[in-house]
Design a protein around this ligand. Structure first.
Ligand code: PLP
Length: 457
């Protein structure tokens, strides 16, 4: 195993870990009684090893997170070096790793997103972005997209636009959802991307006007919705959202927690919306995951100059003990530098354009269970259906099905760990994966999809 670990010893430790896990660990998003979680005993690059010692290609990137793969030696070394120097420091003090991480992020975010507030992950970044928007505008409501995901904490899960919010949804005060563009399942009955764009922008304008622009602090949306299905917005949509926010004095929050830091083949997925008129620049941008590939928990909010200025003389009422934690920020510095040195973002773009996109297009022609494939970079979704004509999904929205479970099991049996959600399988390997590994993973997926085909009409 990587790191010279003995396989038999690791498997034995894994078995013990499984017993203890089932006795003492409380898992997220799960009914605890019916769980059979996979044990991971090791990982390296684009591979993980399960509890039996089987090597699996990690096409999940651990919740779309390890953009530079597992155990990148430069990042592991940077964390160890920082740990030897200074493990923790309170947020009010200055720390070299934090200062440098903030500079590296601010230099890559678009426009005047020049200041970085560090959090412990994505959901609390969303919570703070909304708080900043509310204090900056003096308004309260937040508009969020259906078919979006913003995290599992109280406000973030209520902003989330899928059925997972229902059990904890007390109708968070001031949260209003709207439909964004999604041509394959268009609620606007559009036939073309242009129609879908125009109608989705009309819908947002209507919601703003009906809710009252004077009451709305922010619009939050993922630049490319990830967990909800990797729907690349049609050209002009994000620029249109930007214009509406500007027109009505609403803060635009782009959530780049999943799509950011190379995943889509650009540093940030909002860069896909750039036109001759220039880039689309949100007022606040949230990030986490790929910023350091999750080696140490961290996230944050990139803040524009106008919102930062709100808090020049006024106290920002919020903070976290671990904000800008030295181990996290040292790992950010090492990650971004490694991504630059190894052209990880360029690799993601090329793998998407040359390998994943064309291969998935061929697979769509071969498998009746594939309704649509869509994506960019190493950020792709396969929408599985029972019937291509009716587009009936292979699992209900918000649910699971034996057909999906069997397809996922076939992937695992073939040596692939996929990311699956409802009726979709996402192809989201590390951004620095090589072409041969991607091709091998897609071959396993291709085989597994015959299982899904057997459930089609
Ligand atoms: N925002 C988006 C777009 C996400 O995809 C996620 C997590 O998947 C979050 C926020 C929440 O991040 P975290 O799980 O780190 O709290």
């Amino acid at each position: 195993l990587p790191g010279g670990v003995d396989l038999d010893v690791a498997v034995a430790e894994g078995a013990r870990a499984y017993e203890l896990d089932r006795a003492h660990v409380f898992h997220s998003w799960s009914a605890q009684g019916s769980l059979t979680p996979m044990t991971v005993i090791a990982a390296e690059g684009s591979y993980v090893w399960d509890g039996e010692g089987n090597r699996l290609l990690d096409f999940s990137s651990q919740l779309v997170n390890t953009n530079i793969g597992h155990q990148h030696p430069k990042v592991v070394a940077a964390i160890a070096e920082q740990a030897a120097k200074l493990c923790t420091v309170a947020p009010q003090h200055v720390n070299a790793a934090r200062s440098e991480a903030a500079r590296l992020i601010a230099e890559r975010t678009p426009g005047d997103l020049n200041r970085i507030f560090f959090t412990n992950g994505g959901a609390d970044a969303v919570e703070h972005a909304v708080r900043m928007a509310r204090l900056h505008t003096g308004k309260h409501k937040v508009l969020a997209r259906y078919r979006g995901y913003h995290g599992g904490t109280d406000l973030a899960v209520n902003l989330t636009g899928d059925p997972r919010r229902f059990p904890s949804d007390r109708g968070a005060h001031g949260v209003v959802h709207f439909n964004g563009p999604f041509l394959y399942r268009s609620v606007f009955h559009s036939q073309t991307p242009e129609q879908e764009c125009e109608r989705a922008l009309e819908e947002l304008r209507r919601v703003i006007e009906l809710e009252g622009p004077g009451t709305i602090a922010a619009v939050i949306l993922e630049s490319i919705p990830g967990t909800a299905g990797i729907m690349i917005p049609p050209p002009g949509y994000l620029a249109g959202v930007r214009d509406l926010c500007t027109e009505f004095g609403i803060v635009m929050i782009a959530d780049e927690v999943m799509a950011g830091f190379g995943r889509s083949g650009k540093w940030f997925s909002i860069e896909h919306a750039t036109t001759e008129a220039g880039p689309v620049v949100p007022d606040l941008m949230t990030f986490a995951k790929g910023v350091n590939s999750g080696y140490v928990p961290v996230g944050g909010v990139a803040i524009n100059d106008a919102i930062a200025a709100t808090f020049t003389d006024r106290v920002y009422p919020g903070g976290l003990t671990y904000s800008g934690h030295p181990l996290a920020t040292a790992s950010i510095v090492a990650t971004i530098n490694a991504m630059e040195d190894e052209d990880v973002v360029g690799n993601a773009a090329r793998i998407g354009a040359d390998v994943i996109g064309p291969t998935l297009a061929r697979m769509r022609d071969a498998h009746p269970s594939i309704g649509e494939v869509r994506g960019a970079g190493v950020f792709w979704a396969i929408e599985l259906v029972k019937d291509r004509e009716t587009r009936e999904p292979l699992a209900a929205y918000g649910g699971s099905s034996p057909a999906m479970a069997e397809t996922i099991a076939a992937c695992r049996k073939g040596g692939l760990l996929p990311f699956a959600n409802f009726n979709r399988i996402h192809v989201v390997p590390p951004c620095n994966i090589g072409a041969a590994d991607v091709e091998e993973g897609l071959r396993i997926l291709d085989e597994a999809l015959f299982v899904a085909d057997a459930h089609t009409a």
